[in-house]
Design a protein around this ligand. Structure first.
Ligand code: GDP
Length: 204
């Protein structure tokens, strides 16, 4: 597929709503993908890049500000779900618990969910909270892909080591194949590969 139709597909987007409780989230008879990761991983910036919309997912300097699940419609064919960031140490325990159940309920129960994109900072690599998330996906047989973010600020050797660590972890724990995308929202790197992948899921 050429570049332009892909960008057109993703730039035809609109905000559907923001949901604090799982059972309030409307169900659409359309394929859905979601984005998840630690707070400040660069999730909003990435969604804005994919959708060519500077404001769709609000980028924030304050980590952990988004505590709800935000839905967006893409070209009336596909749903994006922006999940709350996790692993934000200074959250009160009650809020952490609430977000934990919101995220797990969503991932386990959402019937049209085609794929989860798990974002990991290319420089920081996998943290304990990411490991817990990955183990949950594997245990529940959830289809997911890893997106490494902010690779512009990460030396090649470190990035390659982090990729190797993730590959080893996934190979040791599952017989499934998982994609790993390397991206920089700042430099618009790796975005097209993700668009292509999601576009493919929408067509299935
Ligand atoms: P979120 O909390 O996961 O939604 O992350 P944001 O998209 O709000 O980004 C968190 C911080 O990382 C912000 O200060 C962004 O400017 C920065 N950031 C996001 N994407 C990139 C990137 O590709 N490269 C670099 N160097 N910084 C980024």
């Amino acid at each position: 597929m050429r570049h332009k139709p892909l960008n057109n597909f993703f730039s035809d987007n609109k905000f559907i709503g923001s949901y604090l409780e799982y059972n309030k989230i409307p169900i659409f008879d359309k394929p859905e993908v979601c984005f998840i990761g630690r707070s400040n991983v660069g999730k909003s910036s990435l969604i804005n890049r994919i959708t060519k919309n500077k404001k769709l997912a609000k980028t924030s300097k304050t980590p952990g500000r988004t505590q709800s699940i935000n839905l967006f419609s893409i070209s009336n064919k596909l749903i994006f779900a922006d999940l709350p960031g996790y692993g934000f140490a200074s959250f009160p325990e009650t809020l952490k618990k609430k977000l934990y159940y919101l995220i797990r309920n969503y991932i386990e129960k959402r019937i049209f969910l085609k794929n989860v994109f798990l974002l990991i900072d290319g420089k920081i690599g996998i943290k304990e909270s990411d490991l817990e998330t990955i183990n949950f996906f594997i245990k529940k047989n959830i289809s997911f892909a890893v997106i490494l973010t902010k690779i512009d600020k990460c030396k090649k050797d470190l990035l390659n080591n982090n990729i190797k660590e993730i590959k080893n972890l996934l190979n040791n724990n599952s017989s499934n194949h998982y994609n790993i995308f390397s991206t920089s929202s700042f430099r618009n790197e790796g975005i097209k590969d993700i668009q292509k992948n999601i576009y493919g899921l929408a067509k299935e």
